[in-house]
Design a protein around this ligand. Structure first.
Ligand code: SF4
Length: 305
């Protein structure tokens, strides 16, 4: 099965169908923190999370949103001719603030005529009734996507990485978003310490059975300045080789339904912080190898769903 030239339903394909052209992501910073960092649930964050709260490529959180949008667009326009954008609130937990503050931030983003989608990264335990109501209202103005960092369905790993929420809480968030017609995108990390390949496939297959719009498959990056980085330095644990990772991604795609959009197949670890695996720096080469493996094995997203 093909989506354009690809054997999986890439979000780029979806966006081109929906908007008639490529749509670019602008990574923003709403200046929030995270309950896993401010002492509410914990103070050290998830063990893999960098000081930038997984927003290493986002703009400066002190700048107003219109300024951030202008700066991010400027960076992209230096490279290509791009006209339509996703305003992506990426850094930290982007629903972790009073609802009126959130309304102002998100309205500032969707007021921009070049912004066609608002995408908000958050935690499943930070979606109160009033936040959901706000997102539902905004979704009537422009499409709103909510990105949820699940990482794994296995409670032991979840405790190890200190995610701080349960699988039940994640399910609740997915169903509440679905009921309100808000598409969700689930982040999964492949290669977490102690997890077998079978466990990773269980996580992906689990997500594939939920009413979600998309999935991000993220290679585990070990970053310096994180607790995972310290652990790796002291007691290195096994990481995927490029070949193993590409095989794993193909197995994951086979288990996902053909209707789920694929938002990421590799990862974007900041080069200056990346300790391992260093092969992941060559993102294009990893993607090419995934495409080649799918072709050689004559397989595709949903083959075994
Ligand atoms: S929930 Fe997100 S921002 Fe918060 S510590 Fe974990 S990865 Fe970082």
């Amino acid at each position: 099965m093909f989506w354009g030239e690809k054997r999986y339903y890439s979000v780029d394909y979806y966006l081109k169908q929906a908007f008639g052209e490529k749509v670019y992501r602008l990574a923003l910073n709403g200046g929030m923190t995270c309950p896993n960092r401010d002492g509410t649930l914990g103070s050290r964050g998830c063990i893999f999370c960098s000081a930038a709260g997984s927003g290493d490529f986002a703009q400066d959180g002190c700048a107003p949103i219109p300024e951030q949008l202008a700066a991010a667009k400027g960076q992209l326009r230096n490279k290509r001719n791009c006209r339509k954008f996703i305003a992506y609130f990426q850094a930290y937990t982007n629903t972790y603030a009073p609802v009126e503050k959130l309304r102002k931030l998100f309205m500032d983003a969707i007021k921009d005529p070049d912004v066609v989608i608002l995408s908000i990264a958050t935690r499943p335990d930070c979606l109160s009734g009033e936040v959901l109501k706000l997102l539902e209202g905004l979704n009537r103005i422009k499409p709103v996507w909510v990105e949820l960092g699940l990482q794994t369905v296995h409670s032991e790993t979840s405790r190890f990485i200190r995610s701080g929420f349960t699988l039940e809480c994640f399910h609740q968030a997915v169903f509440q978003l679905h009921q309100r017609g808000i598409p969700s995108i689930v982040h999964v990390i492949l290669g977490l310490p102690g997890e077998s390949g079978a466990q990773m496939l269980e996580t992906v297959s689990h997500v594939g059975r939920l009413p979600v719009f998309g999935i991000k498959l993220q290679l585990l990056h070990v970053l310096s300045g994180t607790d995972l980085g310290t652990l790796y330095r002291e007691r290195p644990f096994p990481l995927f080789t490029q070949e193993e990772y590409c095989e794993m991604v193909c197995r994951c795609l086979e288990l996902l339904p053909p209707s789920i959009t694929i938002h990421r197949l590799t990862g974007d670890g900041p080069k200056e912080l990346l300790m391992a695996p260093l092969w992941s720096r060559a993102k294009r080469s990893v993607l090419n190898q995934i495409h080649q493996t799918l072709k050689e094995q004559d397989t595709w997203q949903g083959k075994y769903f």
